[in-house]
Design a protein around this ligand. Structure first.
Ligand code: SF4
Length: 471
């Protein structure tokens, strides 16, 4: 998921700037997109399923009108959270005012919180964590003197890896979970407006200069051109930035915690070449997130780099698309091999990760059909052995191929001549220059920063019970 926000003293066409920001964050989610504009307390919102460019036409942006603040969101649907009903930003009216809210990540205590809220009479319209977060903040707002105090109180009740970006009538507030699992940064434009985004590439897209990332647990309040930092939750728990941001999630032109994503990927490729060398004629990366790792592998091994796969840029990322059939259909039309680059050659194929193995098998087959004599698959992530609890779509263990098979067996299943994964002991080295105290690597090593999620199914998610039928 991607979040973007902009605020300043002057009114302006902030919907359009938010649109550009979301465009730059499209890779973080393609299920739905939304923008809410705040014009001195009057909120306008538009959201729908689809890509940013499909959801927002120039007419829609014009209808959103001018304002002095705006926030936007791109979403990808993990199970149970798809569809327009779960699109963000959420706009809610409450007894002390109004807020629009967009979130990133996932709560591990969404179940117990929702149950507690429902028992207190709250009615939910969505299955998203964002609605739970908005309810908790509103509950706290009834007791708190300000929206930022309410956010701080809410953070004491929220557990997981999340970022919350919200607008009250007069403030924009952004909060990062105390572990700092997901990155979020802010910058400033020449016109003085402040911009908040999941990744620095979105600041670049709207002409903002990166000021800094939020600290884990930090709350930043933007009001009338002033910036205030609240640090009640900072240093309360160990920092654990998601290492997978560097491997896959973020764009290579982003900086996360002072470390270039592109550099991290090249480093991963070089470490992979040292751990799993092979004799070959060409190194080919799977676009997009495997390309830099392939370059790193090539530089380290001395095997020439080649462009052996061309991506159709106009369809979504396979990993993000919900639904297995949909995912497989997309692989077929998404990648095409360059025969002249691979025909008669021993190919090292570098991909960012291997989740279920179905995509890898198809790509290996594509290269063989294009004339590759050998295909040696290398993954610039270690083996996925655990699901992600914090909003990245990494499946349950039953769906992860590395949970069921050895490396040799996986190589056979995907049709590769050999297979090598980035070593677990190397994964933190890829972002060794990041200014962080620790990383989350839980999907690889099971060392979760938080407790596991507690499941709770609303009875309306199930068939109506016999006793209810009688009422
Ligand atoms: S479990 Fe994996 S994907 Fe999820 S936050 Fe941790 S490192 Fe990132």
């Amino acid at each position: 998921m991607g979040i973007f926000g902009i605020t300043g003293n002057e009114r302006g066409d902030l919907a359009s700037i938010t649109y550009y920001g979301l465009y730059a964050l499209q890779h973080r989610g393609q299920e739905s997109a939304g923008i809410a504009v705040n014009d001195d307390g009057v909120f306008s919102v538009h959201k729908d399923t689809g890509l940013v460019g499909d959801v927002f036409t120039s007419e829609v942006l014009a209808r959103l009108g001018e304002g002095n603040m705006a926030i936007g969101h791109t979403r990808y649907g993990t199970l149970g959270t798809r569809g327009i009903v779960n699109a963000e930003p959420i706009v809610v009216n409450h007894i002390k005012g109004r807020l629009a809210l967009a979130t990133e990540g996932a709560l591990v205590n969404a179940g117990p919180l929702r149950k507690e809220l429902e028992l207190g009479g709250m009615i939910f319209h969505t299955s998203s964590d964002a609605e739970i977060i908005s309810c908790v903040i509103i509950q706290e707002r009834l007791k708190a003197p300000s929206i930022e105090a309410a956010v701080s109180a809410a953070m004491s009740r929220l557990k997981g890896g999340y970022t919350v970006l919200l607008m009250s009538p007069s403030k924009m507030v952004v909060a990062r979970d105390p572990h700092g699992i997901h990155s979020v940064c802010f910058g400033r434009r020449a016109d003085g407006r402040y911009v908040v985004a999941s990744e620095s590439c979105a600041l670049d897209a709207v002409g903002a200069v990166l000021e800094r990332e939020l600290l884990p647990g930090e709350i930043i309040v933007f009001k009338n051109g002033e910036v205030t930092s609240l640090r009640d939750h900072c240093d309360s728990v160990p920092e654990r930035l998601c290492i997978f941001e560097y491997i896959y999630t973020a764009r290579p032109d982003s900086m996360i915690s002072g470390c270039s994503v592109q550099t991290a990927r090249r480093r991963a490729g070089a470490l992979l070449a040292m751990a799993h060398p092979v004799e070959a004629d060409v190194v080919v990366g799977v676009p997009d997130s495997g390309l830099d790792a392939a370059l790193g592998y090539s530089e380290q091994s001395g095997i020439p780099y080649g462009i052996g796969l061309i991506k159709n840029k106009y369809i979504g990322r396979t990993f993000i698309s919900p639904g297995q059939n949909n995912r497989e259909d997309k692989v077929r039309i998404k990648l095409n091999p360059v025969s002249s680059a691979v025909k008669g050659k021993r190919v090292v194929l570098v991909d960012d990760s291997i989740v279920r193995g179905t995509t890898s098998a198809r790509i290996v087959r594509l290269l063989r059909n294009a004339g590759a004599t050998e295909v040696h698959l290398r993954s610039s992530a270690p083996k996925f052995l655990n699901p992600c609890y914090y909003g990245t779509d990494i499946d349950s263990r039953e769906m992860l191929i590395a949970c069921k098979y050895s490396t040799e067996e996986i190589a056979k299943i995907v049709g590769a001549d050999s297979l090598g994964f980035l070593l677990l002991e190397d994964v933190r080295k890829i972002a060794e220059d990041a200014g962080v105290k620790g990383f989350c690597t839980a999907c690889f090593d099971g060392e979760y920063p938080t407790d596991a999620p507690v499941k709770y199914t609303s009875k309306y998610d199930n068939k109506i019970s016999e006793s209810e039928k009688e009422q």
